[in-house]
Ligand binder design. Structure first.
Ligand SMILES: *[C@@H]1O[C@H](CO)[C@@H](O)[C@H](O)[C@H]1NC(C)=O
Ligand SMILES: *[C@@H]1O[C@H](CO)[C@@H](O)[C@H](O)[C@H]1NC(C)=O
Ligand SMILES: *[C@@H]1O[C@H](CO)[C@@H](O)[C@H](O)[C@H]1NC(C)=O
Length: 374
């Protein structure tokens, strides 16, 4: 017992030493990555703070070293990106967040793992003329944020959710769009089940392997959807096919109730802004991603680094608003308000503003809207 206790204290002692006397305890290879060799303690202190803040519990020193390497790489990349943004007149801020000790490969595990969304020629096109708008719009407001809009006293857009490390972003995007449609239809705050979509909608691979929001919408139209409380999200599900439990739960959204349609990529800005403003409903989008999204903190994302990644990684989410602003560099920039499914500790409380009208990383090329006809 005594020797065990002694060992315990020695271990604590070693750990304390490695924590504070970095230069002496990490061999040279540790610093091969480009860090400030004169002040390695500063960066290591930041890493230690990161470990505490994000409650990391690495299994051994080998993993800790690997995580520190990723952290240093992110740190350097983010520094360069901030400098480049300033030079380009962007007001985007990049920084350290919960993804900063992950490798690029690991981060892409949280995105979709496969290539371009399919061309859905069989999905009906969004047609503004069918809306029978009461009066012709003179023009749209310069800024419109669905997050502030209520129906029957309830917010149309619910709280931010999280897909965790399951690449079911497509299921979250489809559910966000269906949930808002049901909320507006019933004039009641609704919470629908992403898990059911992730478990039941995929035809080819398990939900956590990525997919296309339109497949989620097709499923919701055909099968309806149950509530989020009844069939809650669990990051460990949807890693295999055949886990669907839809028959266990009553439908909140009935089958054949949801009507979904594609946004015309050649008229996307016009259609999406009108869709938001006239219907008070969001749009699901899919786009290619690079490092700018995972390390985004605030401002308007303008860096289209989506082609930097080999193979093309796709992510999806929902557009819940748009606006125009004069940024800190004095440039007038049009933007979308993008709702992500990476929880509130990513980006701007879970949201990002992304440059509008430029088809940033194809964000305006794969839009889908959905509504429940009156
Ligand atoms: C989808 O459509 C675009 C534009 O029409 C075209 O460039 C692309 O090759 C098509 N992709 C597939 C997989 O058919
Ligand atoms: C919605 O359902 C999810 C389960 O998927 C749950 O975690 C969340 O707390 C629910 N939100 C609300 C506002 O009830
Ligand atoms: C998922 O699995 C991990 C590893 O087995 C476990 O630690 C975690 O608690 C599980 N999460 C949930 C929500 O079941």
């Amino acid at each position: 017992m005594a020797s065990l206790l002694a060992l315990f204290f020695i271990q604590i002692f070693i750990f304390t030493v490695t924590s504070f006397d970095v230069g002496a305890n990490f061999e040279d290879s540790f610093f091969e990555i480009n860090i400030d060799r004169n002040n390695p303690e500063k960066l290591y202190k930041e890493f230690e703070d990161f470990i505490v803040k994000y409650k990391r519990n690495y299994k051994d020193e080998i993993e800790k070293k690997f995580r520190f390497q990723q952290f240093v790489a992110t740190h350097n990349r983010v520094g360069k990106m901030n400098k480049a943004a300033k030079k380009a007149g962007h007001d985007t801020k990049y920084g350290i967040n919960k993804f900063s000790d992950l490798s690029k490969k690991e981060i892409h595990g949280m995105y979709s793992k496969f290539g371009p969304p399919k061309n859905n020629t069989n999905v009906p096109k969004f047609n503004l003329k069918n809306l029978r708008v009461k009066r012709q719009m003179e023009g749209l407001p310069k800024t419109f944020d669905l997050r502030n809009k209520k129906v029957g006293g309830h917010y149309i857009i619910g709280p931010i959710k999280t897909q965790d490390s399951c690449a079911c972003c497509w299921g979250f995007a489809a559910t966000a769009v269906a949930e808002a449609a049901l909320t507006v239809h019933l004039k009641k705050a609704m919470n629908l089940s992403e898990q059911e979509v992730c478990d039941c909608a995929p035809k080819h691979g398990p939900g956590c392997n990525g997919g296309d929001p339109v497949d989620g919408l097709e499923y919701i139209k055909e099968m309806g959807l149950t509530g989020g409380k009844e069939y809650p999200f669990n990051v460990n599900r949807s890693t295999q096919l055949g886990r669907c439990e839809s028959e266990k739960y009553d439908r909140e959204l009935n089958p054949l109730e949801l009507d979904y349609y594609a946004i015309d990529p050649f008229n996307a800005e016009y259609q999406m802004t009108h869709h938001l403003y006239l219907l008070n409903l969001p749009i699901s989008v899919a786009f290619r991603t690079g490092a700018s999204l995972s390390s985004y903190l605030s401002g308007i994302l303008e860096l289209a680094d989506c082609d930097d990644e080999k193979g093309g990684h796709w992510h999806s989410g929902a557009i819940v608003g748009y606006g125009t602003t004069k940024n800190s560099a004095g440039r007038t920039v049009d933007y979308w308000i993008f709702r992500n499914s990476w929880w509130t500790d990513w980006g701007d409380d879970g949201y990002a503003r992304i440059v509008r009208g430029e088809d940033w990383c194809s964000i305006e090329s794969h839009g889908y809207g959905a509504r429940i006809p009156e």
